[in-house]
Design a protein. Sequence first.
Length: 572
Amino acid sequence: MAANLSFLQFSSPILQSKDCRRKLAPAVNFKSNGVSCSYSSNGRGGPKDDAVKEVEKLLEEKRRAELSARIASGEFTVEKPSFGSQLKDGLSKLGLPEEVLGFVFNFSGGPNNLKIPEARGSISAITNEPFFIPLYELFLTYGGIFRLTFGPKSFLIVSDPSIAKHILKDNPKSYSKGILAEILDFVMGKGLIPADGEIWRVRRRAIVPALHQKFVAAMFGLFGEATDRLCKKLDAAAADGEDVEMESLFSRLTLDIIGKAVFNYDFDSLSVDTGIVEAVYTVLREAEDRSVAPIPFWEIPIWKDISPKLKKVNTALKLINDTLDDLIAICKKIVDDEELQFHEEYMNEQDPSILHFLLASGDDVSSKQLRDDLMTLLIAGHETSAALLTWTFYLLSQDPSVMAKLQNEVDLVLGDRIPTVEDMKKLKYTTRVINESLRLYPQPPVLIRRSLEEDVLGKYPIKRGEDIFISVWNLHRSPNHWEDADKFNPERWPLDGPNPNETNQNFSYLPFGGGPRKCIGDMFASFENIVAVTMLVRRFDFQLALGAPPVSILFIFFVSMCEKFTSKLATK
Ligand code: HEM
């Protein structure tokens, strides 16, 4: 029985969209509250009006203060003192010294006497924002681990780096993907993201070698060509003085890239809206719907058969599966006809795709499992990169000094060249900009797990079957670890220092997760994004379009999207 995340439900109405991606959750004004930068004649963005910034800051502080006051008033606190603590209070009132009580209760109870701090309620009752934002306020009050209870459901929210490290790296065998696997089952089956146990182990061992260095280096041509197509589209928009909605374009760019990289299929979604592109988005939207559904409507027997929406989803899934089957069959034939000498860094120059590598490697796998794996890679590498690019350009549009520094580095290192793998090490500031964008807007903002056995998290014992959210959002914005945590400041990462990752930041920074389930596409994604950012900033200036709708932050399909970032373009 599939679980659902009804607490992710939002109360506001669903928005309609013009493009093929539907906006699911309500558009919540992001901090900028729709303030547009004024257009500057030199094409470089002017700083946002100071007075406006001040008002935004005050509004944000007011909102936070109100929520903090509500949390502090105990509105969300569950008062359930344990028998031990009641006894301790009683004895304390009778005059027993604290030292004696501390000794007796620590000795007799140990960690079992400790209770995880508990908050309760409905996130939608607290605020209209995506759920991981109010979780931040609760974290400031309740600490690095607390329980959040909604009616019969309860979740542990982890925002402490050492507990995150314990779950992800030190004791990962005791945790599964839980709810995530249940929701994604219809689209990813037992693909690498939802899979657990032996299936995960076998498939990870088969797939990881496909992303070897030679493969990633070969992808640079693809990254460059796809971004060039986007540049041409933007050229036309800039020439016509047309504002562009960037999230939809980045979504198409990354779909085109990942389709070619995973199974050598050209969606060409930047140019055309074919049936298969529409089918991919239909399936993605369904997964989004399921992640916020109050009940698992897709499991209701009669509904399943008569709902036009579910019929459409099934038709889309069939089209995708048939296309994947065709691609697998074509690729199998090529591999059969190939004079194959398989080795560690094997790559077919005409078709360097992951699918080709898997078939050439003699990977003994059912066609259903292979489809699940391909679909998982497609989804894992698509929305994450699209969201990262959109947030990065949004942040850049807000900070002309960072943009200028970035453009300077790109001009110096690349000039007009298409970036190569050798350039990556030289593009240090560009990398820091992306590191910082991933810190402020991690994709996904929460990692989902379920405990498979009893364990101890921090000082608290937990039972089997606990659903856990590791809030990467909280880790990345924790005042305990970051100075000016909300500020976009690529300079916080020294250029001569190591590339920040979960290990050298001690699990305070988890852009690609950590431990054995760490992202397998981290290098692919980093290079893809560096290529896109460099090729775009050397050609265009980006500013929030005048009079554009407010930028909003949406949590859809486990990724936090920067919706409606509409940019005014100026060709450099
Ligand atoms: C900016 C882009 C990306 C970000 C931020 C990102 C982030 C992540 C994170 C945080 C995880 C860990 C999830 C967890 O522990 O629950 C993950 C897992 C994964 N990612 Fe990525 N990812 C990105 C791009 C990609 C790409 C391009 C691919 C494929 C080519 C990919 C494939 C995967 C797979 C297969 C897993 C599951 C690994 C496993 O469970 O063994 N990702 N990603």
